[in-house]
Design a protein. Structure first.
Length: 622
């Protein structure tokens, strides 16, 4: 039974993961899945429309779920189609998150009017949009770090509304009664209008009905080209610049010049009209036509779009987060009951979770054609991945469930951080010019991030040591010695990678900025990690601390590493500053405070805790 149950648990977990890899099915006659895979250029990256829909929803409301007025759950791509081609219906979806009470008062809204008390529709805000824009313009003049919570909330909501409006302008110009009928009429009159010669003394061609239509449509196309968020029209296969994808408005503007209609623009017009008029066969035909064009001209682009869409729907990091929680719980119970059986189950589950996370990171690397760490989001993924990988090795060696518990704790925490970082939009963004070096991203950034992983892991192993010793009776001398050796080994590993990564960063800085070291806050943070790890090792080698002292020092290493990882990015100064994040700032402060509390608890003499447990035992039994 001890051999069968771990294998059975692993089989159930793998079966559940395989189920998440199934291709999404269409709930109606419309081929929404195929539409989701159509590529478009947004913010310098070619991505599927599914990604555009999901990241837009995360930016607007902090989640990807949308519920219609009749209670039907919409796929992200369905929501995007309604935004593009059924604006009156989409404006009624309660998708804008508003939680600040002063912002609600400004918009004349109450929590009772919102879905879940915090989500509202554009229709509900329509009358107050001018005042929202005015307040946001006032807040724009204030430095981000100095803005009040009201000003930050106002600017965030204004930006969400602008994103929504730019999406709506991508396919249809605002204020047009029947854009698609006008397109059909334009196709009929345009050839003759372009061929008609203009003789001396002849009136302007714009005076004719056809000329007026061309002039009116030209203005509409220019508006679409200026404000559109999407660039879904690919370049010609023989075009010199294959990255120059166009807006729909730009494609139709070129039609006015040369009389030749871009087939991609026609396909999007056909599918838009079919979605608006509820004609699934015409919609599916237009989607299939555009797919064939992309497949023939840009097979690699379409393949990446298909893979990214499947990656989005399978949500590997969400699955991993769930498995890390299960691992943590099973591992903790293994300390109390059936250590061999539950320990084996926890170990197998964490290995599967690690494999799923690895697959997710490798997929992102293939989609981006980049090393694993390119921004804060991917650094959170990689820090957790590196720490969990080390935990798997420790658990394989010691088989005491400590590695599994640490893996579950760190893996879930880092994926939770990554989830909140993803709320800012697309996590596979274009690289800043100074960072656009795959060599240094694969050497300095990866090495320094592995150093973060190891230093965090040492700190979390120390937390397990302290809390298990203070709150339970399961920390015997053998277990304490094992954890101490784990902490020491991981600190040695982290010191090596932090030092090498810092030196490599200096070499990269010398190549990019002409100086090896400039006392930039990020550089100082990396140096502090190296110094603190060196202090830990020298304190142990010199006999100044034993296992408990080693654990206390390692816990403070969590504060040092968190500051270098996040804190210096929020200072607003230096070449490595990526912007002040007020929510992240307070979480960082609370994390540091929690580590100091654990250090204070670890400093209390063990005799006090032993007497406390003895006196509290009758009350607990009662």
């Amino acid at each position: 039974m001890k051999k069968l149950l771990p294998s059975l648990a692993a089989f159930v977990v793998i079966a559940g993961l395989v189920a998440t890899l199934r291709a999404p099915r269409n709930s109606e006659a419309y081929d929404i899945a195929a539409f989701s895979q159509l590529p478009t250029l947004v913010n310098g990256r070619i991505k599927p429309l599914d990604t555009v829909a999901r990241t837009s929803l995360l930016t607007i409301q902090g989640r990807q779920r949308v519920t219609s007025a009749d209670g039907r759950s919409l796929a992200p791509a369905e929501w995007l189609l309604d935004v593009l081609h059924r604006p009156a219906q989409a404006d009624g979806y309660q998708t804008f998150e508003i939680v600040h009470p002063d912002v609600l008062a400004l918009l004349n809204l109450t929590t009772e009017q919102g879905a879940g008390g915090k989500r509202f529709s554009l229709q509900q805000m329509l009358r107050s949009l001018p005042e929202l824009d005015r307040q946001a313009r006032l807040a724009d003049g204030v430095e981000h770090a100095l803005r009040s919570t009201f000003q930050r909330a106002i600017v965030q909501l204004r930006n969400a509304v602008l994103l929504y409006q730019h999406l709506q302008t991508s396919m249809v110009p605002p204020g047009t009664d029947d854009f698609f009928a006008q397109l059909e009429q334009l196709e009929r009159v345009l050839p003759a209008a372009l061929q008609a010669p203009l003789t001396a003394g002849q009136a302007s061609p714009h005076a004719s009905p056809a000329g007026k239509l061309i002039l009116e449509m030209g203005t509409a196309f220019a508006t679409m080209e200026r404000f559109a968020f999407l660039h879904p029209i690919p370049p010609a296969p023989n075009a010199p610049d294959q990255s120059n994808w166009k807006t729909v408005g730009a494609a139709w503007s070129e039609t006015l010049e040369n009389g030749s209609i871009d087939p991609a623009a026609r396909d999007f017009a056909t599918l838009g009209r079919a979605w608006r008029d509820r004609q699934p066969e015409a919609f599916n035909g237009a989607v299939a036509s555009h797919q064939e064009h992309i497949d023939a001209a840009f097979p690699g682009v379409h393949t990446r779009a298909i893979v990214e869409t499947r990656f989005n729907s399978s949500q590997p990091f969400y699955s991993s987060a769930v498995l890390y929680v299960i691992t943590f719980l099973v591992g903790v119970f293994a300390w109390l009951k059936w250590p061999e059986l539950l320990g084996n189950i926890a170990f197998r589950i964490v290995v599967i979770a690690f494999a799923v996370t690895t697959l997710g990171i490798v997929t992102r690397m293939w989609l981006e054609a980049r090393p694993p760490v390119t921004n804060l989001y991917s650094s959170a993924l990689f820090v957790g991945w590196g720490a969990v990988g080390l935990c798997v090795i420790l658990e394989y060696i010691y088989r005491n469930a400590i590695g599994s518990v640490a893996a579950g704790l760190i893996g879930f925490a880092t994926l939770l951080i990554a989830h909140h970082l993803a709320l800012g939009g697309d996590t596979m963004e274009m690289m800043r010019a100074v960072l656009d070096s795959n060599f240094w991203l694969a050497t300095h950034v990866v090495t320094i991030t592995v150093g973060y992983s190891a230093t965090f892991l040492a700190g979390f192993l120390a937390i397990i040591y302290v809390m298990r010793g203070l709150l339970t009776r399961s920390l015997d001398a053998r277990t304490a010695d094992a954890i101490g050796r784990m902490i020491y080994g991981i600190v040695c590993f982290g010191t090596l990678f932090s030092l090498v990564g810092t030196v490599l960063g200096g070499i990269w800085a010398d190549q990019s900025w002409g100086r090896f070291w400039g006392w930039d806050p990020k550089e100082n943070g990396a140096l502090i990690i190296v110094i603190w790890n060196a202090i830990i090792l020298h304190a142990r080698w010199g006999g100044y601390v034993r296992t408990r002292g080693l654990a206390v020092l390692a816990i403070f290493g969590n504060v040092v590493t968190a500051w270098s990882w996040f804190g210096v990015n929020m200072l607003g100064v230096g070449l490595h500053s990526y912007g002040f994040m007020d929510a992240a700032f307070w979480w960082l402060v609370m994390f540091a405070f929690s580590q100091l509390l654990i250090i204070a608890a670890a400093s209390v003499p063990l005799e006090y805790w032993r007497s406390f447990r003895k006196t509290s035992r009758p009350a607990a039994a009662h």
